[in-house]
Design a protein around this ligand. Structure first.
Ligand code: NAP
Length: 367
């Protein structure tokens, strides 16, 4: 057994000297190094921005989406969407643990990887034959490798795996929101969450509440999503706005917050073009958390400069210590979150209703 680098640099095929996340290509050889762990893959979860890009690019053609995902994994040795630069995560069973692994895992455990698929060596052996290309979650067979410095969570008992996967995929968002809100004065802090009916968005609403924000505003795309949130107790106010329309968004947020911008704005939308609206919707001295993978650094930085906006901007680091446990705790404590997630990813392992089950379910209900 070879000695690996804890950060996985020994798996980088090209370019030389890069770390796995930045690499064009990784080596997914199933033979593990002394500090690595091999996982038997059962289900991949593409991040929302990546799946939306693939779906849009292929006009919703499931077979074409599946073919492209397979081609990316084959070419790169990892699921790293070259357009969005994002990945997702996976669940599977621990197959082999190197003698020097520090992850504390044991063969046979069912786990979720908490590091991005963009840096996880991955080989698929079933051609993704059980996936119709119409959902973010992909039943899959193959293997993946965790490095010495990776992180993983043992799946909690009693929660269907596809729900656990969906929660853990975005678990960095609520932990970061709690941290940002908690360091501000509770009595006056207002929080606006963009994309609030989505997975990271709804968890962020719950985290803002948990951190004692004075007012929590949910910003959603349309009335269907507003109806999903009404009566859940997750938000004090709900505003409908297109997050990619800067002036419309800023107007919607300020009028919902009694004429002021939000102290904390959290971007959980899965489409590009939300940077300027988020900055404009934030009060002077406030903070914008860009959790979305569709965020452009130049658009955010230059847009804020051009607006002379004195706001702090945070990149949503997917890792915050304790993030998985915290997200699961919020999820278990809020039945409304479970309903929102089920509406989005289905009540069962294979979501019914095709590409957009949550919308189909809500539309059905409102008929
Ligand atoms: P999600 O569940 O699909 O939620 C996204 C929400 O944004 C949906 O409710 C969507 O509405 C809404 N939306 C789309 N376009 C909009 C618009 N123009 N105006 C207002 N709302 C709009 O996505 P998610 O899984 O929470 O992920 C959200 C983002 O976080 C993605 O970019 C994802 O890649 C990223 N992410 C980041 C990390 C990290 O570590 N930083 C980790 C995982 C994911 P519809 O469904 O009606 O379109």
């Amino acid at each position: 057994m070879s000695t690996g680098s804890p950060v996985g640099s020994h798996r980088v095929v090209s370019p030389a000297g890069a770390l796995p996340q930045a690499a064009d290509r990784l080596d997914p050889d199933p033979e593990i190094a002394e500090d690595e762990v091999r996982i038997g893959v059962e289900r991949l979860n593409l991040d929302a921005a990546s799946y939306r890009q693939l779906r849009t690019a292929h006009g919703g053609d499931g077979a074409a989406i599946r073919a492209e995902v397979l081609a990316i994994i084959e070419a790169r040795g990892k699921m790293h969407n070259p357009v969005t630069g994002s990945g997702g995560m996976l669940i599977g069973t621990v197959e082999e643990v190197g003698p020097r692994s520090a992850l504390g895992l044991e063969p046979g455990q069912k786990i979720a990887t908490l590091v991005s698929l963009t840096l996880t060596p991955l080989r698929i052996t079933d051609g993704l034959a059980r996936w119709d290309g119409e959902s973010e979650q992909i039943p899959a067979a193959g293997h993946a490798i965790l490095f010495g410095r990776s992180i993983a969570a043992v799946l909690p008992p009693g929660l269907p795996e596809h729900l656990a996967l969906a929660v853990l995929d975005v678990c960095g968002a609520p932990a970061l929101v709690r941290r940002v809100v908690a360091r501000r004065p509770h009595a006056s802090t207002t929080v606006a969450v963009l994309g609030a009916a989505g997975k990271s968005g709804s968890l962020s609403l719950a985290a803002a509440r948990d951190a004692h924000a004075a007012k929590v505003l949910a910003v959603v795309r349309d009335e269907i999503e507003a109806a999903q949130l009404r009566g859940t107790g997750l938000a004090d106010r709900i505003a409908v706005a297109d997050a990619t329309d800067p002036l419309g968004l800023a107007e919607a947020v300020t009028s919902a917050l009694d004429g002021r911008g939000a102290d904390v704005t959290v971007v959980c939308v899965d489409v590009p073009g939300c940077e300027h609206g988020a900055v404009l919707a934030t009060a002077t001295g406030g903070t914008v958390v860009f959790f979305s993978m569709a965020t452009s650094f130049p658009a955010a930085a230059l847009g804020a400069e051009g607006l002379a906006a004195d706001v702090e901007m945070l990149i949503g680091n997917g890792y915050v210590p304790g993030h998985a446990d915290y997200a699961l705790r919020l999820f278990n404590a809020n039945p409304a979150l479970k309903d929102l997630f089920i509406a989005r990813v289905g009540a069962h392992e294979t979501p019914p209703g095709g590409a957009d089950p949550h919308r189909a379910a809500v539309e059905e209900e409102s008929r």
